[in-house]
Design a protein. Sequence first.
Length: 236
Amino acid sequence: MDVTFWEMIWPALGRGLLTTLQISAVALTLGFLMGIPAALLRVYGPKWLRWLSVGYIEIFRGTPLLVQLFVIYYGLPDLARALEGLGIEAQFLVLDRMLAAYVALGLNSGAYQAEYFRSAIQAISSGQIMAARALGMSQFQAVTHIVLPQALRLAIPAWSNEVAYMVKYTSVVFIISVPDLLARGQFIISKYYNPMEILLTVGAIYLMIVLGLSTIMGKIERAATIPGLQMEVERG
């Protein structure tokens, strides 16, 4: 395959890569914002909130991501039409393809991140909360100022995996015509009929991005390590 061809397709693949990275970043951020409260509610919340948290986590961890994407992109508009037939305004349930991708991947990631954070929270000795309470802190203050900062550091290795997984998981969004890296590759294949070269190229790009992000997260993990804490967690 000549150089001219590669010069012609790289801009399209580059735009697709930017879309993939954008979806990954938004989904991870949404997942983080949902995962922290879900983990805290599962560990410290009242019974009904614990069950609500468990229900969210198990539903999104126990069903395929593709099904979740279809329900959000295709199912919610059906629900909106049904509600509007009853005189209830529900147009907000109709999401465009990018927003549907953000929501589906964000909810899915939030369920997994909640479990990472829950494990890290439970790894912190309960004696630290008791000591904080003895010093006059409320439970909320003890959790937010003592437990959570340590738990976030402990969760970095597992959260690093989520970063790598999310880049790969975004490939499902091409099913709803989001112009991500894989969708751009599929378009080039349909136009030039050279699937092997393009798919290998797309796969190599995913691999380089994942390896690069894993390297960065590894450096962050080493920088955030608390000396002695890992040994304490392993003994516990």
